[in-house]
Design a protein around this ligand. Structure first.
Ligand SMILES: Nc1nc2c(c(=O)[nH]1)N[C@H]1C(S)=C(S)[C@@H](COP(=O)(O)OP(=O)(O)OC[C@H]3O[C@@H](n4cnc5c(=O)[nH]c(N)nc54)[C@H](O)[C@@H]3O)O[C@H]1N2
Ligand SMILES: Nc1nc2c(c(=O)[nH]1)N[C@H]1C(S)=C(S)[C@@H](COP(=O)(O)OP(=O)(O)OC[C@H]3O[C@@H](n4cnc5c(=O)[nH]c(N)nc54)[C@H](O)[C@@H]3O)O[C@H]1N2
Ligand code: SF4
Ligand SMILES: [Mo]
Length: 672
């Protein structure tokens, strides 16, 4: 800590949609933030943060930050606006929403928000308002829906293993996750495990940054994980490498899965996964000879039409290996599940007079173009669908509609914000109070504002509390303060240590969940056990099994679009957040040398990626890090002239939970 009276330090929490949820320290000089660093006192952050967040304060003070309400003056999408006062903005907002509800009913209004700010209060700030208004409900499926449904199917309420446990593992398996990019605070546990002689195995269709740093890399066909994981169980069954007493004691329904695996021929597992029988036997031996194995499973592998099944099969493999029983260095982490609370306590669905129809956020394009009755008002906050949702060409078409009133509450002029009729300025997390739980580790914290709001920006919470009052909504949730909403949410929350004050931990302190099983059985507290097979959901197969591919297996599309495309995160972006730093940058696309040679594409050359949904452009990077026939385009950049990468992706849903299929598009390439 400094002794200079003009310099002070304040603690805060990273609000981004990242599993790490870092504790941070802001240093201020004469009230202005001059640096952001990791909090050394946060047990998981351990004093470092990623490079994208170290520069976040530049964004707070940037010249292109949105600081005042504005109305559109140019054509939709042109990005020309004129400043107005908040009084004028409220008048427009109240008048237009009232008119739409009067003329077409509340169901003509669609709120669209996700996780631009993961603070519990601000993330869910709009839900009470839209329930009360009678608006359509948004199914928030874009990220974790398939993975969550798959986990629930077999593991019920069990939490994931604490990441710290991986430090004691002999083998860490990073399955469909790019730790070095999207979960950087897990890496120290990889290093710790290796120091003790442990190994890292990466299973991914391309050799990502984590794969390049691994001891072993296994290339799987996209969407082939269920076949691989089931093939591994089949080896264990056929070679009699099972711990039968453990399976009988700790799990349910294994025999049905085993029977299916015995009956199904090897060619199906090998064909779908692209992994040979011999490789599977070696891998099964590796797992069997390393009892201290930790599975770190990502959500990347769920973003296709077999995504839920991939998770189900991998969890079944973990259960066969006994990883849910815990013990030193043994565990399974998909999502932490560190604190459990009733979301209704912040969403207040009881404010709705009736249950209104649901729109899956992945199908926003469809909702804004072909859906009947028409949506007349779209309210976007905490999200940038024109970059981050699939099939953005169709969304753009919807946003151009003259009879659609679009409100965007934002910090910067995102591609979506350019289409706003009314553009409202949002605070950043550094200007807000909020409660932050996490999905990749087990610590919770509360952050007080580090600085006062910039310009005339207001938080999501203030936006919707004020708007509710202007609309004449007087129910108790609309009169709550931030503190009251936090206290309400924490009531009955599972995972809070005894003695936690009702208002939560003091700002700047970190509270560890009691659900963190440091070496224990993951079913110890919630009860239940791993269930391999169940029949209570007739629309999904009772146990993990092989299923057909969607777009990637479509013979007609294959003949027109010979490549498969994956679109995973970029190290310098957080989904589309920070796109303004790289404005108009196209990004790269990895292409295998043989494919590049066949199409006469040189390394560094700008090419088009094209399919039946749209077109975008990237710079080719010729590399053996990808497989033949597979293109990899990292990052949701904001190209202005061309569509973005999501112009190519599909609104088709995954097999479970209504999740997205971002990593399953067929495309072709063309020289520019
Ligand atoms: N720097 C950075 N960090 C981020 C993000 C970001 O945009 N940038 N996004 C954040 C968010 S919201 C989330 S949800 C997480 C996501 O983080 P992850 O869980 O890591 O998921 P993805 O990044 O989508 O994909 C991870 C890996 O899955 C691989 N993959 C794709 N399809 C398959 C498949 O069929 N099988 C297998 N085995 N692997 C496959 C991809 O090639 C990629 O290497 O990261 C968070 N962290
Ligand atoms: N092709 C492809 N597409 C993907 C993915 C992929 O891997 N491939 N990943 C998907 C995943 S996992 C996710 S989670 C989604 C995320 O999709 P989104 O939630 O739309 O996330 P971002 O693109 O980061 O956009 C968040 C926006 O919220 C704004 N924001 C931040 N804080 C606040 C605030 O307090 N108030 C308001 N009003 N705005 C705020 C930011 O400036 C930013 O523009 O993207 C998905 N899209
Ligand atoms: S984006 Fe992730 S790694 Fe970076 S500071 Fe935020 S929580 Fe930490
Ligand atoms: Mo996500």
């Amino acid at each position: 800590m400094t002794t200079n009276p003009e310099v002070e330090q304040k603690k805060t929490v990273c609000p981004l949609d990242c599993p790490d949820s870092c504790g941070m320290v802001a240093t201020l000089e004469r009230g202005r933030i001059i640096s952001l660093q990791g909090d050394r006192e946060h047990p998981y952050t351990n004093g470092f943060i990623c490079r994208k967040m170290r520069r976040y304060h530049e964004r707070v003070y940037a010249a292109d930050r949105l600081l005042f309400p504005q109305v559109r003056t140019g054509k939709k999408g042109e990005g020309r606006f004129a400043r107005i006062s908040w009084d004028e903005a409220w008048d427009i907002l109240v008048a237009r929403l009232t008119q739409v509800v009067h003329d077409h009913g509340g169901e003509a209004v669609l709120p669209y928000s996700y996780a631009g700010n993961m603070g519990t209060i601000n993330r869910f700030a709009g839900h009470p308002f839209f329930h009360r208004l009678g608006a359509l409900r948004l199914d928030e499926t874009i990220c974790f829906a398939a993975a969550g449904a798959a986990w629930g199917q077999h593991c019920g309420k069990a939490p994931g293993s604490p990441p710290e446990l991986a430090g004691g593992a002999d083998l860490i398996v990073a399955w469909g996750i790019n730790i070095k990019v999207s979960n950087v605070h897990f890496w120290p546990y990889v290093t710790a495990a290796r120091r003790r002689g442990g190994r890292l195995l990466v299973i991914d269709p391309y050799r990502n940054a984590t794969g390049r740093a691994a001891d072993q890399y296994l290339s799987v066909r996209p969407g082939g994980d269920a076949a691989l994981a089931l093939g591994l169980i089949k080896v264990l069954v056929e070679e009699d490498l099972l711990d039968r007493p453990m399976l009988a004691r700790e799990t349910e329904g294994f025999d049905r899965l085993a029977g299916y695996l015995r009956r199904t021929s090897w060619s199906a597992f090998v064909g779908q996964s692209g992994v040979s029988h011999a490789e599977m036997r070696n891998l099964a031996q590796l797992l069997k000879s390393h009892p201290q194995t930790f599975f770190r499973i990502g959500v990347g592998l769920t973003r296709n039409s077999r995504g839920g099944m991939a998770v189900r099969a991998i969890l079944s493999l973990a259960a066969v290996l006994g990883l849910f029983q815990g013990g030193a260095g043994r565990g399974v982490l998909l999502s932490a599940g560190a604190f459990r609370a009733h979301r209704d306590k912040i969403r207040f669905p009881e404010l709705a007079a009736q249950k209104t129809p649901i729109v899956n956020m992945i199908q926003l394009g469809q909702a804004l173009t072909v859906r009947e009755p028409r949506i007349r008002a779209l309210f976007v906050y905490n999200a940038n669908p024109l970059s981050a949702a699939p099939d953005t060409g169709m969304i753009r078409q919807g946003l151009l509609r003259d009879d659609l009133f679009t409100v965007v509450h934002e910090q910067v002029l995102t591609p979506t914000a350019r289409y706003a009729d009314l553009l409202l300025p949002a605070t950043t997390f550094l200007e807000n109070k909020d409660l932050y739980t996490t999905y990749g580790q087990f610590y919770m914290g509360i952050a007080e504002p580090v600085i006062a709001p910039m310009g005339e920006a207001i938080s999501n919470f203030e936006l919707f509390q004020t708007l509710a009052q202007k609309m004449g909504f007087a129910e108790p949730p609309f009169l709550q303060t931030v503190e009251e909403r936090i206290t309400g949410y924490l009531q009955d929350m599972e995972g809070l240590p005894p003695g936690t004050p009702p208002e939560g931990p003091a700002a700047g302190t970190w509270l560890c969940s009691t659900l963190a099983e440091s070496e224990g059985n993951l079913f110890r507290q919630g009860g239940g056990r791993f269930v391999f097979a169940r029949d209570d959901e007739p629309q999904i197969p009772p146990f993990a099994c092989l299923t057909e591919a969607g777009e990637s297996g479509d013979a007609d599309l294959h003949s027109r679009y010979p490549f498969e495309l994956l679109t995973p995160p970029h190290v310098d972006l957080l989904n589309s957040t920070f796109g303004e730093r790289y404005n108009a940058l196209l990004g790269e696309v990895l292409i295998h040398p043989e494919d590049a040679a066949a199409a006469q594409i040189q390394d560094g050359e700008q090419i088009y990626l094209i399919n039946h949904r749209g077109r975008t452009s990237r710079f080719a990077r010729v590399s053996t890090d990808t497989r033949k026939g597979l293109l990899i385009a990292e990052g949701l950049f904001w190209p202005v002239e061309e569509g973005g990468i999501n112009d190519l992706t599909s609104q088709k849903l995954s097999d479970m939970g209504g999740g997205a299929t971002f990593h399953e598009s067929r495309v072709t390439v063309q020289k520019k």
